[in-house]
Ligand binder design. Structure first.
Ligand SMILES: [Mn+2]
Length: 429
């Protein structure tokens, strides 16, 4: 592996913390053993878990009011990959990158795959983009893409998605994620039914191009950029489309893409019931599609989602294999640090969900013992799993405390001078 950060510095960092951590880990191990839980088994499961990071998460995000770039942020795809590699090197659960086209356009996908492999990274789902116009494109997506009433716009959007599959094949990806911004801002602007019919017609053409081992993940979103209606607005519409398309199509749930207070963990359970939970995008929100760091606002919700994910896997151990990805916008923090925090929150929610006494939960449910059912969840949620996560990271070659080590190594400061020229050229600063 072409490690970007010196491994000996990671070992030095870990060495200073190992005694204390081991003590905490063993203490927790004794507590869990009293509950009949083998801490080593939990650590093994956490170590086997992974989540993809999208290439676009490595630069600072923004809002429609503005963006505040930080010195040293990546200015091109190679630099975004480098930062992904740093995230993976220190936290060890983000080995794959999800690309987005045309933002990650490359003339040589095979070379890109090799470049990533040299950084110990692979590729996850490819994402198409028909929610904004690209320079020189023939038809505009102003009034829609896959669902546009303009046939030229639809054909162009279909061709772009097929192009994404072709690039993805060369990258070693096995899924295409389709999210469209299509919808309306005015009552009467379009027919709900006709728009959905056109969506089905367009996506069927894309579906026909999927390789045998590929999946097509349909991402719904209640609103934004369209604010009166969105063509694929909720999981029901998404499920209707995925069912009609066929077995390779499944629904992708993004935590921020629902009406406020919607019970997202229940959606997970329902989609799993029909084998249509294809993927999950992790982030957090307070009001809408806020794209805040996973677990930052409502870690309990994240835990409840993982409770359903763990249960889904238990009910479908062979076929349950959703594509997990972090989908956040980092407006105030260093994206690398936020991704460390998100990875920790996600792995932590998973570890806690693994601690749930499922037999006790089932018995309480069967006997309508409401309080005991609730306590089975709460008991697991209350456990501080950080020693398990840290020990799993260290065992995999990562850092005990990725954020602290990342700062100590001065990575961003070094990049601030190295990447400055490129940033000026790209018009980023
Ligand atoms: Mn998403």
């Amino acid at each position: 592996m072409a490690a970007l950060l010196p491994q000996e510095r990671i070992e030095l960092h870990n060495g200073k913390r190992l005694d204390g951590l081991q003590e905490e880990y063993q203490g927790l191990g004794r507590t869990l053993a009293q509950r009949g839980i083998d801490i080593a088994a939990i650590k093994r499961k956490v170590a086997a878990f992974s989540v993809a990071i999208p290439s676009w998460c490595l630069t600072t995000g923004g809002t429609r009011f503005g963006r505040f770039p930080i010195p040293g942020e990546p200015t091109n795809l190679s630099e975004r990959l480098q930062d992904c590699a740093v995230v993976q090197q220190l936290c060890r659960i983000t080995p794959r990158v999800s690309t987005h086209f045309p933002w990650d356009r490359t003339s040589d996908p095979v070379a890109l795959k090799e470049e990533a492999a040299a950084l110990d990274l692979g590729f996850d789902a490819v994402n198409s983009n028909t929610f904004q116009d690209q320079p020189g494109q023939e038809a505009s997506y102003k009034y829609g893409s896959l669902t546009a009433s303009d046939q030229k716009a639809r054909e162009q959007a279909v061709a772009h998605n097929i192009d994404c599959i072709e690039i993805g094949k060369k990258l070693g990806a096995e899924a295409l994620t389709v999210w469209i911004g299509d919808g309306t801002n005015f009552p009467g602007q379009q027919s709900f039914k006709a728009s959905f019919d056109r969506y089905m017609e367009s996506t069927a053409q894309i579906y026909a191009h999927l390789p045998a081992n590929w999946r097509m993940l349909l991402e719904h979103k209640i609103c934004e950029p369209a604010f009166y209606s969105t063509v694929i607005s909720d999981w029901g519409t998404s499920l209707m489309a995925a069912t009609e398309l066929g077995p390779k199509a499944a629904c992708l749930v993004d935590l921020g893409h629902h009406a406020p207070n919607v019970n997202i963990e229940q959606i997970v359970a329902m989609l799993n019931r029909v084998g249509k939970l294809g993927g999950f995008h992790f982030n957090d929100s307070k009001y809408g599609d806020d794209d805040l760091d996973a677990g930052a606002i409502n870690p309990h919700q994240l835990f409840l989602i993982f409770n359903e994910l763990v249960e889904s896997r238990l009910s479908n151990p062979i076929t349950f294999n959703p594509a997990y990805m972090i989908d956040e916008s980092h407006n105030l923090t260093d994206p690398v640090e936020s991704l460390f925090a998100a990875a920790e929150a996600i792995a932590g929610a998973y570890a806690r969900a693994l601690l749930i006494d499922r037999e006790a939960l089932k018995a309480a449910r069967d006997g309508n013992d409401v309080m005991m059912a609730f306590r089975a969840l709460r008991r697991a949620y209350n456990v501080d799993v950080t020693p398990i996560l840290a020990m799993a990271r260290i065992a995999a070659g990562g850092a005990a405390d990725p954020v602290v080590l990342f700062r100590e190594l001065g990575y961003r400061k070094q990049k601030a001078s190295a990447r400055k020229t490129a940033a000026i050229e790209a018009g980023i600063i």
